[in-house]
Design a protein around this ligand. Structure first.
Ligand SMILES: [Zn+2]
Ligand SMILES: [Zn+2]
Length: 280
């Protein structure tokens, strides 16, 4: 039971594709009373879930924003641990864009030897992991537990399709939008949100790093300024920055916050792993 608010949002990973000892891969946990929803499943997510007092078998469902590996590489761990800890009897709902069902089925294929070993070793286990995948195209409304969810297409080309999510519970709204540049779908998701979690890059820093592959990321992520602009235009209450490239050290947080604050006068949170926002 969540005591502190209608929704508790914990950053279970604030990293990017580049390994970082202090930042797990991108993922966010939303707790709303008894409902627990995981958005994306980046590197190390199951360890960070444990840090947020949540075991995979307590998850009510998983939302996937897109099929970039940094956002889904630990989904197999979530599925396996959910299966084992629920002793095989619970189904894990997974929602995502087109392609999610094929990805999950390939993850299950890769787990085939493990699934066989465990079923033959544990009398309690009669079946492999049970998952229920639903693919969305944007504009869909559905619920997981007590949380009402709306999804919209976002813009992260050439990665497509990509989805962002708007979660509502007891009057509180959180927009968890994944990797995207400002676009119509994003504007819709963040409209009057209490909390808006955005993956961001610092284009001014990245531009000066002599790496062709890093230059490539400039055109498909929101910058910190753009996140501030989106937050201001949507009238959101709290902007949370995550998946920051390059990752700031704590002494740089004020500078990052100031860039967003040029456009947005609400609260700006620079995410660390396990940073938690209570919204009521
Ligand atoms: Zn991405
Ligand atoms: Zn990413």
């Amino acid at each position: 039971m969540v005591d502190n608010g209608a929704m508790e949002i914990t950053l279970t990973g604030t990293g990017s594709p580049l390994p970082d000892p202090n930042r797990a891969g991108p993922s966010t946990l939303v707790k709303a009373d008894e409902t627990r929803i995981l958005v994306d499943a980046g590197r190390g997510v199951v360890m960070r879930l444990a840090g947020a007092s949540t075991m995979p078998n307590q998850l009510s469902g998983v939302l996937i924003t897109h099929l970039h590996s940094d956002h889904i590489c630990a989904l197999g761990d979530v599925i396996t641990t959910h299966w084992i800890m629920s002793q095989g009897i619970a189904t894990l709902p997974i929602h995502g864009p087109k392609g999610t069902a094929q990805y999950v089925s390939r993850v299950l294929d890769s787990l085939e030897p493990d699934i066989g070993y465990r079923i033959s070793h544990h009398d309690l286990l009669r079946n492999g992991p049970m998952v229920e995948v639903t693919e969305h195209d944007g504009g869909d409304h559905f619920s997981i537990g007590d949380v009402q969810i709306e999804c919209a297409r976002t813009e992260h080309a050439p990665v497509a399709p990509t989805l962002g999510y708007r979660l509502a519970h007891r009057g509180v709204v959180a927009a968890l939008v994944g990797d995207t540049i400002p676009c119509e779908g994003l504007a819709k998701l963040v409209e009057s949100a209490d909390v808006y979690v955005q993956t961001v890059i610092r284009d001014d820093i990245v531009r000066n790093i002599p790496s062709a592959m890093l230059q490539d990321i400039l055109d498909y992520h929101s910058t910190v300024s753009q996140a501030g602009q989106t937050a201001a235009a949507g009238g959101v209450r709290t902007l949370v920055l995550t998946h920051m490239v390059p990752p700031p050290t704590p002494d740089q947080y004020d500078e990052w916050r100031a860039i967003a604050a040029k456009h947005f006068d609400g609260e700006v949170v620079i995410g660390d792993d396990l940073t938690t926002i209570n919204a009521d």
